[in-house]
Design a protein around this ligand. Structure first.
Ligand code: F6R
Length: 614
């Protein structure tokens, strides 16, 4: 995810900004840049790639003298990762520079407006729209604070902004909405930071900026104003973390940090797609006529991404009634897939660089299919080579084991399924609207599962010592069981396998011994009784059964002592989207089992984050 640091003080800004950016490197980025105010001018240097490239370009900061400036690490969301699209962005005319984290959802509309007012654009970013919008209001009012407030009122989406104006070169202005931004207070120096890690070596005194508030910083002080420009004060706080835990936002591992980030990530993935009671596939160019013509869908991906596909298959088939097959990308091109120009191939990938998924995509296109991809890394090979790409905007996933990529890919799979159903007329308009309304509340519903953490940690401590575990479920619960099992083995090194619940007795039941844990996903209510009877089959042979179910099914599940020993209940939600909630306890269970066993959770042995070989 992008990183921001701003400095207004008495020391040279550039070396401090470079140091702060290095502290933010762990978050992942593809380019970086600095702006420093000097002699009434804004001097900008940007570089693609590592901070070291930027540092070399400015000779460690020596080439950018000045005591007020902004720094940024960019992780591409709009436009390719290159020097042009790197921040800071400068307004047409050069008066104002901005660094920005987040995405401005109405940027196309705002850009059209600014173009109509004569503004020129030189990058592919939404940030250039923000800086020109501020410049537009500045030209009108001659007051940069007013201009920032006016621009902020018109921007939709998420943003944390650091702003510097040529005419007020000793001042930084900052504002935010749904993206973190802190003010850090030092001795005759003040900072803005998107992540406190960047300033801990200078100060531990911070002020939390809340949505729509604006901060005005000089070396001498910080003024806080509301969006209506009314001044107010706020107590400072002292940060107690050390740098390494600050990187993880106070969490012990990136995995649990990323698990808890999922509500925000899913919101970031969905909100650009759900607009005005409809589905908005902005700029994709995928025609309704094409979607109507699709006769068959292949979903192809690797590992966790392919297990998203298993859930997506149920949802697409249920809503859109298109036959859908999920094939591992490593098998796809060797399986002689039956492809016509009416075949849609969907690839899912966090990194966008997984060799097998790239090969599957190319094979699909070679055979005449259209490819729609759901990808996290902007500008990656898969994103670039697909006919259409939906970005998940989950931010960099640092833990090797995928969690937030899973949730965001799944959320966008619902969007694709609903769009297909709508254009193909396989869903009643009322049901479509209802599902869209519910889908918009999915981030909050996921957030409501997070308090299960304590219970899951306790349960994990009781199961983690076993060397073998099984996961079972039926229908979408089976798809979830597969991912739950995958997550467990990769981070805890406990051997684990997942089965369709009805399959156990056809062989695997021979492995059940006294105390063998069997995690039973039992959230899908139409098949609850059948799943419970499969759980009873293993329990009667000695298994210890941990069930994952919903609040409304809890009583029935818990009271069935012949089938269940322990029970985790997620909040009730629309059945179709329930997998997005049910996956959270499974991810947490894997995490806490791993914690119990003391494994290398964020970087499990033998695994790589991006698998670029076949
Ligand atoms: C598991 C995991 C892997 C990836 C797989 C695909 O937690 O992270 O199974 O899901 O290697 O990677 P991407 O999504 O980058 O194509």
């Amino acid at each position: 995810m992008c990183g921001i640091i701003g400095y207004a003080g008495e020391r040279e800004a550039a070396p401090i900004l470079l140091g702060g950016l290095r502290r933010l490197e762990y978050r992942g980025y593809d380019s970086a840049g600095l702006v420093v105010a000097r002699d009434g001018k804004l001097c900008i240097t940007k570089a693609a790639g590592y901070i070291s490239n930027l540092s070399e370009a400015v000779h460690g900061g020596a080439d950018l003298p000045g005591t007020v400036g902004l720094g940024h690490t960019r992780w591409a969301t709009h436009g390719k990762p290159n020097e042009t699209n790197a921040h800071p962005h400068i307004s047409d005319g050069g008066k104002i520079a901005v660094v920005h984290n987040g995405t401005i959802e109405n940027y196309t509309r705002l850009r059209d407006f600014l173009v109509s007012k004569g503004y020129e654009f030189f990058t592919q970013t939404d940030t250039e729209v923000a800086v020109n919008l501020i410049a537009y209001f500045y030209a009108e009012s001659g007051d940069v604070l007013h201009a920032v407030a006016s621009a902020a009122r018109r921007m939709e989406g998420q943003y944390a902004l650091g702003i510097i104006c040529e005419d007020a070169p000793d001042t930084i202005i900052a504002t935010k909405r749904d993206a973190p931004l802190f003010i850090a207070v030092g001795e005759r120096e003040n900072f803005i930071v998107s992540d406190v890690t960047a300033v801990l070596e200078h100060t531990r005194t911070i002020i939390r900026l809340r949505d729509y508030e604006i901060a005005v910083l000089t070396k001498d002080g910080v003024t806080l104003v509301t969006s209506e420009l009314d001044e107010f004060t706020r107590e400072t706080e002292t940060v107690g973390w050390d740098v390494s835990s600050a990187e993880k936002g106070g969490f012990e591992h990136f995995m649990i940090k990323e698990i808890t980030e999922q509500p925000d990530c899913v919101r970031a993935a969905l909100s650009p797609r759900l607009r005005d009671g409809g589905i908005y596939l902005d700029g994709l160019g995928i025609s309704d006529e094409y979607l109507r013509s699709v006769e068959r869908i292949y979903i192809t991906a690797c590992g966790t991404a392919s297990y998203v596909g298993l859930v997506a298959k149920y949802v697409v088939e249920k809503l859109a009634r298109v036959p859908t097959e999920v094939v591992y990308a490593s098998e796809f091109r060797y399986s002689d897939p039956i492809i016509t120009d009416r075949t849609l191939v969907i690839t899912l990938s966090q990194s966008g660089t997984t060799a097998d998924t790239i090969a599957a995509l190319r094979e699909a296109k070679r055979r005449g299919a259209k490819v729609l991809s759901i990808v996290n890394v902007v500008g990656s090979v898969i994103a670039e080579e697909s006919d259409w790409t939906l970005y998940t905007y989950a931010g960099p996933e640092i833990c090797v084991a995928s969690t937030k990529a899973y949730s965001t890919q799944l959320a966008l799979s619902y969007v694709v399924a609903l769009k297909l159903a709508q254009v193909r007329g396989t869903i009643e308009p009322e049901r479509f609207s209802e599902l869209l309304r519910v889908l918009a509340t999915l981030p909050d519903a996921i957030a409501a599962t997070l308090p299960l953490r304590e219970q899951i940690q306790y349960l994990a401590s009781r199961y983690a010592s076993r060397d073998n575990m099984f996961f079972i479920g039926r229908n979408v619960d089976y798809a979830l069981a597969v991912e739950g099992s995958h997550k467990l083995k990769e981070v805890s090194y406990i051997h684990s396998e997942a089965f369709a619940a009805g399959e156990l007795k056809h062989g695997t039941i021979a492995l059940i011994e006294d105390g063998t844990p069997v995690v039973t996903v039992a959230a899908y209510s139409p098949l609850l009784d059948k799943t419970l009877s499969n759980a009873a089959e293993v329990k009667s042979r000695g298994a210890r059964v941990l069930a994952v179910t919903t609040e409304s099914l809890r009583e029935k599940v818990e009271s069935n002592r012949d089938a269940v020993d322990d029970c985790i209940a997620i909040p009730d939600f629309e059945e179709l989207f329930l997998p997005s909630l049910a996956i959270i306890p499974l991810q947490m269970f894997a995490y806490y089992c791993a914690l119990e066993r003391g494994t290398e959770i964020d970087k499990p042995r033998n695994l790589a984050k991006s698998v670029t070989v076949e």
